[in-house]
Design a protein around this ligand. Sequence first.
Ligand SMILES: [Zn+2]
Length: 198
Amino acid sequence: MPLGGPPSFNTSGHQFSLFNANPSFPIGGHQPPAAAPIPFIQPSHVQIPSFIPPAYQAPPTPIAPPMFGNNCGCTIQPATHCTSGPAIGARNLETYMKNNFGGTRTEIFNCRDVRGGATTSLHGEGRAVDFYANKADGNRAFEALQTIACQNGIQEIIWDKQIWTDGKGVRPYNGVHPHHDHVHIGLNKCGAEKFDLK
Ligand SMILES: [Zn+2]
């Protein structure tokens, strides 16, 4: 080796580098251990909504009267003239009354005016039934007929000093005859043709 040459610099084989070639031995020799994964625990008070499709709801439909009977309504149609006999619907109503409410007898056709009045009775057009009955049967019939009247063409019911018509409901009846011994059931023109309950 020539004299006067630059001094060699030997660090006894150590090399020092800021470059850490081996991450298993981190610089500084200390690294916090990796944190253990924290298990996810669902709090019991939390409800996880599952997807439930909403129940199908049909659009609202208009409220309609029950569809049974002949849909003849219960509009009042006064009689104007005598016919020749009972209407078929009145015959059917007569049978319906006997079948469902007992009674003692029935009457339909009678060419006369309204008692105490000057207009033709519904009996003159053969579309009213007089149902003779005791108090219990009469009461039962009077109540029940109101519930079916407007689906079956019944326009008026008179019983024991009371009258029912649609809209006005039950109120005192002040006719000449008190109807204490029979229920008078008047049919409108549609009911006189189509009443067919059994
Ligand atoms: Zn009558």
